[in-house]
Design a protein around this ligand. Structure first.
Ligand code: FNR
Length: 368
């Protein structure tokens, strides 16, 4: 491992990102929708939950490995889909994916990655990767993305369902900032034969027109469970529904034969005022009772946050902004974030009085 960056807390990473990025790019990453009630609740929800640790239990050896969607991984976290990563570092997703692969941490490629899913697969070798689908308004393009992910060694499709349209993001409106408009995040569309055919994109076309064609197809406000039922018949890859906070929806994911859910409010970027991720987790765990894999995201900044999410019944977690800030320093920065989070998690597990993550559900949490 090529780690030479010194220790940085999550708050320091955010500060470094703020100093290095343009206002528009930084606020696009950092901010949430509306008055950021949900963004803050995601973080504060963790701070209100307190671990009641056990002692004198021989914690000289701790094991933080886990199985994520059937594959064993050295840590219980994966990198969340974060689009447009070239706004953070010129190498974008390629740098983050290489960092993830170097530590056997699964990487989730966004539909709006700037490099194509094939290019990212190429730099990852055999390392575990997932593809996140923003279901386009055209089902043929959706299926084309899924086929490409199958061919390029992706192990699951994460369908993001909390984004029928973009949330009400006031900072971005004020900054008049959306990375797609500057030609970022087009990697998967530009290389898609079905999209190119449908949009009649020719190589000489001006970038502005491509952006307009992609923007017109990117989200699908008419998506329903019937679309997921259809996708279920089209692919054998595990399907994970990302963006569930209501227990009834978690139950529907089970009924529709989905393989997992991500309990998530999109990092507070979609419906402001919605329940924090960590508050919705126990309700969902209770509703699905082990029938489906539960991945959690939203507000994970610390090893102790991972302990709390797993203690409440999550099988694994995704980290979003934390590694996005690390990407300021390219591959090395993301590797540093991963290494620090793993080390912090090992310390937290031992100090909780446990040696394995699977025992965490016996640990008591209280809400203050
Ligand atoms: C995201 N997220 C996201 N989700 C998704 O399904 N597809 C995407 O392309 C993106 N893009 C994206 C960009 C940026 C800048 C951020 C911050 C987030 C949401 C992401 O996957 C995840 O749900 C949250 O980031 C989790 O919250 P934390 O860890 O950032 O608090």
């Amino acid at each position: 491992m090529s780690q030479t960056i010194g220790f940085r807390s999550p708050e320091q990473w955010e500060q470094v990102a703020k100093e290095h990025l343009d206002k528009g790019a930084f606020e696009y990453i950092q901010s949430g929708a509306g008055v950021e009630e949900t963004l803050q609740a995601n973080i504060e929800g963790f701070r209100r939950l307190k671990i009641v640790p056990r002692v004198l239990r021989d914690v000289s050896k701790v094991d933080v490995s886990k199985t994520i969607l059937g594959t064993s991984t050295p840590v219980p976290f994966a990198l969340a889909p974060v689009g447009f990563q070239t706004i953070i570092h010129q190498e974008g997703e390629l740098a983050a994916a290489k960092a993830a692969a170097a530590h056997q941490v699964p990487f989730t490629v966004s539909t709006v990655s700037t490099s194509s899913l094939e290019e990212i697969a190429e730099v990852m070798g055999d390392a575990l990767r997932f593809f996140q689908l923003y279901w386009p308004s055209d089902a043929d393009i959706a299926l084309s993305f899924v086929r490409r992910a199958e061919r390029s060694g992706y192990s699951a499709i994460f369908v993001t369902v909390d984004t029928p349209m973009l949330g009400w993001r006031e900072q971005d409106k004020q900054n008049q900032y959306f990375p797609l408009r500057d030609g970022q995040g087009l990697g998967n569309y530009l290389t898609d034969p079905v999209f190119n055919e449908k949009a009649k994109i020719i190589s000489s076309v001006r970038e502005k027109e491509v952006v307009t064609e992609v923007a017109a197809r990117l989200f699908n406000p008419s998506l329903t469970w019937e679309n997921l039922k259809w996708l279920r018949t089209k692919t054998n890859l595990p399907i994970v529904v990302k963006g569930i906070v209501h227990p009834a929806d978690a139950k529907l994911a089970v009924d529709y034969g989905m393989d997992g859910i991500v309990v998530s409010n999109h990092g507070g970027r979609q419906l402001d005022g919605s329940i924090s991720s960590i508050e919705s987790l126990p309700i969902i765990v209770d509703a699905v009772k082990g029938q489906i894999e539960i991945i959690f995201d939203g507000g994970i900044r610390r090893g102790t946050d991972i302990i709390k999410a797993l203690a409440l019944g999550a099988d694994s977690v995704l980290i979003g902004r934390l590694y996005a800030y690390g990407l300021i320093d390219g591959q090395e920065g993301v590797e540093t974030v991963i290494t620090q989070l793993k080390a912090e998690l090992q310390t937290a597990l031992a100090l909780t009085g446990e040696t394995e993550l699977s025992y965490l559900q016996q640990i008591k949490l209280i809400k203050v």
